[in-house]
Write a protein that binds this ligand. Structure first.
Ligand code: NDP
Length: 313
């Protein structure tokens, strides 16, 4: 079995040796321009078109992350990049769900216990106890209830918050109210105090967090964007913060990354920023997952994690 690997920033040696260990019978190699030797599987991130196009022997391509938007947009410009019928897989969880839970829960608790307000009071050397927020006024709404959104919703429900989620198809998660489809988006937003975005980047979800959506949230809402920068209209968020509709935001992803130093988001006192690290690929978990999937394909089984090219995620 021949496996080719390309990632612009990962430590290639770790991956070649690690995959070799996972699949001892395979030959795992780094792909270099001009390498047209046969390959059964490709492990990629931002793959050059020539790495994949025309490879009729491929049985599967693995995206080395959870989001496949960058691969699919390249595929749109170069439809021959993925030979007809070759399945595209992505990483499902592989340690990312726990990271997302840590990120989301810690920030929700930060807002809920008003640590942002106390930080502002501290700047003025003011000793001033504030009224507690009540859980019943702190409904959490998770946009995107898939592998990561579902787990985040679950962990916040375990902390006793009222939690709802929004997805394309209806969910049956214990203790979580499910809303599905465009026709239920307004109901989902109405009364949501903390909005957490974990949608994939597709033509249907670009720009979804805009003024129209923000205005439907509960007053003094909080917004957490953990998915993709293009989901958020940054100027609309700034306007909502200005008007007081939104009280605070935590952003991990941005329309332009790295976020330019002159972006007004950096200086805003009620926006917290992290540099796209809410959940990173954990090599060991990812390699085990990919090897398991390859074994399932080789055994003629139907593995999970296959991307729907039709739905774009
Ligand atoms: P999934 O594919 O498992 O979940 C996507 C969810 O979004 C599903 O519930 C899906 O609905 C829903 N959805 C998709 N399109 C629509 C739509 N048009 N309307 C309503 N709901 C929709 O993805 P993951 O949970 O694994 O990952 C989510 C995203 O998180 C990734 O695409 C990636 O962009 C981002 N991410 C960010 C990271 C970071 O570090 N900041 C790290 C990892 C991922 P349904 O269930 O019905 O299909």
């Amino acid at each position: 079995m021949e496996i080719i690997f390309h990632h612009p920033t990962f430590d290639t040696q770790t991956w070649l040796e690690g995959m070799q260990q996972q699949l001892p019978g395979a030959n795992v190699r780094q792909w270099h321009p001009g390498d047209n030797q046969p390959a059964d599987y490709a492990l990629v991130w931002h793959p050059p078109v020539e790495m994949l196009s025309g490879r009729q022997t491929l049985k599967g391509v693995f995206a080395l992350g959870a989001g496949v938007d960058s691969i699919l947009s390249k595929l749109q410009a170069h439809p021959d990049m993925l030979p007809n019928g070759v399945p595209l897989f992505r990483l499902e969880d592989t340690g990312m769900a726990l990271q997302m839970q840590e990120y989301a829960v810690s920030q929700v608790l930060h807002w809920f216990r008003r640590f942002d307000d106390y930080q502002a009071l501290k700047q003025q050397a003011k000793w001033q106890p504030l009224e507690d927020y009540r859980r019943e006024d702190f409904t959490i709404g998770v946009l995107g209830a898939g592998v990561l959104g579902g787990k985040v919703a679950e962990s916040l429900a375990a902390w006793g918050f009222p939690v709802r989620c929004w997805s394309r198809s209806k969910k049956d998660y214990p203790g979580i109210t499910s809303f599905a489809g465009d026709e239920q988006l307004s109901d989902f937003l109405s009364g949501t105090r903390v909005l957490i975005n974990l949608l994939p980047n597709t033509p249907q979800t670009v720009g979804i967090i805009n003024s129209r959506l923000l205005n439907q949230l509960a007053d003094e809402a909080f917004v957490m964007n953990l998915a993709r920068g293009v989901h958020l209209v940054e100027s609309d968020l700034l306007a909502a913060l200005e008007s007081g509709k939104v009280k605070g935001a935590m952003l991990d992803v941005f329309a332009q990354e790295p976020l330019p130093s002159n972006s007004p988001l950096w200086k805003h006192p009620r926006i917290a920023i992290t540099p796209h690290l809410a959940a990173v690929t954990r090599p060991q978990e990812a390699m085990e997952y990919i090897a398991k999937t390859i074994r399932q394909i080789e055994n003629g089984e139907n593995p999970g994690g296959q991307v729907s090219l039709h739905h774009g995620y």
